[in-house]
Write a new protein. Structure first.
Length: 427
């Protein structure tokens, strides 16, 4: 048996999925993080980790596996065969994607916290006994990424963004009480590429959209240079120079999401991940922020806790500050909401796993808040105030939002670009 294994088995179709995991041998130099201790403090052999299954109805595909402290995790492989290159999940926390930790476990500190296995509908079934398909998300190392050509990275980014859109739409549809669905409308850009606009209008989400696009052209349209947070500028994160991009062919892919709930107690949410190529220059960007009409401290804390677990302390400090600067309505002298993270101009293929992790963080960051607030009573006065708050959201998106400006200048689909606007607003 290899040093580590993951095995999933369903004894009967109607029973819960059983999970068996052993990752103790992956950290020979940091075994104490997993070991149990007796009353005298003597370390015992690493014990089995507590496991929580977070599953949607009829789980079908394994999304992520995580354990706090696994910053040096090397491999996680299915039981019964040697580890292969495709089994590698990464060597440090910034190579991880979609990893979330349940802090409710391990209260006695016998283990750091629970291993979390996140499942979702769709895709192929997770590995069961006797089968040899992968039960985990394939994730290659940074060195492997560096060896790829830009065209291969482009294809991978485009496919991953499509998959992300599909996962998010499926989960949000499951929240709608009357079964409202996203309506997908493909579109083509005359100059090259296109996308798919997915919009939902339901009882819970008055309007929402989760759009995918992948466009290209002969000449980069250019957008106003954005502000870079001081801390990032000090680390060399700067917008590409105009001379690097002038007259160059370009490619841009991304997923952009905005949800406008009907209940004023449920916050608006925005998420975007994107990839741009201009000539030989390429970079990643993205962000996620929460805009409640009524802010609840526990909701804000949960949202930021998930983002911090994905970013790590250093990145979170930088990118949450950048979000405060970016999501600022200058003419109103106020922030758009309670913040989140924002980043741009991340060059190098080593940034790709981080961008994937941000996309995967959306559902754990937002859906618990929706489920907590969806049935909270509200009044007509609340509704009137909500519509005025939405007006500020409209102002930001039409005046400051980079995606809106780029989309209009690059000849994108106007309906998809304005998808972020609420169905009703007032001033």
């Amino acid at each position: 048996m290899p040093d580590g294994f993951l095995r999933l088995r369903r004894p009967a179709p109607s029973t819960a999925l059983e999970v068996e995991v052993d990752v103790g041998h992956f950290l020979p130099d940091r075994t104490a993080e997993f070991g149990q201790h007796d009353q005298a403090g003597k370390e015992e052999k690493p014990a089995a980790l507590p496991v929580e299954i977070r599953a949607q109805p009829e789980p079908r595909r394994l999304i992520a596996v995580a354990q706090r402290g696994l910053h040096h995790l090397g491999q996680l492989v299915p039981q019964g065969r040697p580890a292969g290159e495709d089994d590698r999940l990464g060597a440090r926390h910034h190579h991880f994607r979609g990893f979330f930790v349940d802090q409710s476990a391990g209260k006695r500190r016998r283990v750091p916290c629970a291993l979390v296995i996140v499942l979702a509908e769709g895709g192929t079934p997770a590995e069961e006994d006797g089968e040899h398909r992968h039960a985990h998300r394939v994730h290659r190392t940074t060195s492997d990424l560096r060896e790829r050509h830009l065209s291969t990275l482009r294809e991978e980014v485009e496919q991953e963004f499509r998959d992300l859109r599909d996962r998010i739409c499926a989960r949000l549809e499951a929240l709608e009480p009357a079964g409202a669905k996203f309506r997908c409308t493909p579109w083509q850009r005359p100059g090259g590429g296109g996308g798919e606009m997915s919009e939902i209008r339901g009882d819970l989400f008055e309007k929402g959209g989760c759009n995918f696009s992948a466009v290209s052209g002969d000449r980069y349209p250019g957008v106003p240079e954005g502000r870079v947070a001081e801390g990032d500028a000090a680390l060399g994160i700067q917008p590409p120079r105009a001379e690097e991009m002038a007259g160059k062919p370009f490619f841009a892919a991304g997923v952009s999401l905005v949800m406008h709930p009907r209940n004023p107690n449920v916050p608006i949410v925005h998420m975007n991940v994107r990839y741009l190529e201009v000539g030989d220059v390429f970079w990643f960007g993205g962000g996620m922020d929460l805009t409640p009409f009524k802010a609840f401290d526990e909701d804000t804390a949960l949202f930021h806790a998930v983002l911090q677990s994905v970013c790590g302390p250093e990145r979170y400090a930088r990118f949450s500050r950048w979000a405060k600067e970016y999501f600022f309505i200058a003419h109103r002298h106020s922030e758009r909401g309670v913040g989140g993270v924002f980043f741009d101009y991340l060059r190098g293929e080593e940034s790709w796993p981080f961008v994937q992790a941000i996309g995967d963080a959306f559902l754990p960051a937002y859906t618990p808040i929706v489920e907590r607030r969806r049935d909270t009573p509200w009044t007509e006065l609340d509704r009137a105030a909500q519509l005025k708050w939405r007006g500020r959201y409209v102002e930001f998106n039409l005046i400051y939002d980079r995606g809106t400006i780029f989309g209009l200048r690059s000849g994108g689909n106007v309906e998809a670009i304005f998808m972020s606007l609420p169905p009703l607003a007032s001033w």
